[in-house]
Design a protein around this ligand. Structure first.
Ligand code: FES
Length: 127
């Protein structure tokens, strides 16, 4: 069986973006129906750009590492660019992932999309 890469374990042990952003402009939360893990993503947006991003993940090492990698990919990107992040981009940054763990990387992407949707909804409602 394939195990976790060094890069994945590094991000799991010392994630750079694990934080709650209290005054976030958008928040997304997704539960994984396969394993029951939960991920929450917070974004700060300025001029349509993600200027800050944080996550909280209650889940497996792969999900935590994937959340951290996703945040790194999304930070500094425009909302449009961030929406195009694919789970394969996340896996690429982590080296490789055991096939049974691929759903964990999908979670990061889905949660980011939810946070962006939330931001757009708030903006529309003038909040
Ligand atoms: Fe649940 Fe990885 S096993 S997200």
């Amino acid at each position: 069986m394939k195990m976790y890469t060094k890069e994945l374990m590094k991000r799991f042990r010392d994630p750079k973006h694990m934080k709650e952003i209290k005054d976030a402009d958008g928040i997304g939360q997704v539960g994984n129906s396969i394993c029951g893990d939960v991920m929450k993503v917070y974004i700060k947006v300025k001029n349509d750009k993600i200027v800050d991003i944080g996550f909280q993940t209650w889940g497996c090492p792969a999900a935590i590492a994937a959340s951290d990698a996703m945040c790194e990919l999304a930070k500094g990107k425009t909302l449009k660019q961030a929406e195009q992040i694919k789970s394969k981009d996340i896996v690429k940054l982590l080296g490789e992932m055991p096939p049974i763990k691929l759903h964990c990387s999908v979670l990061g992407m889905q949660t980011l999309k939810k946070a962006i949707e939330d931001y757009k909804k708030r903006k529309k409602n003038g909040r």
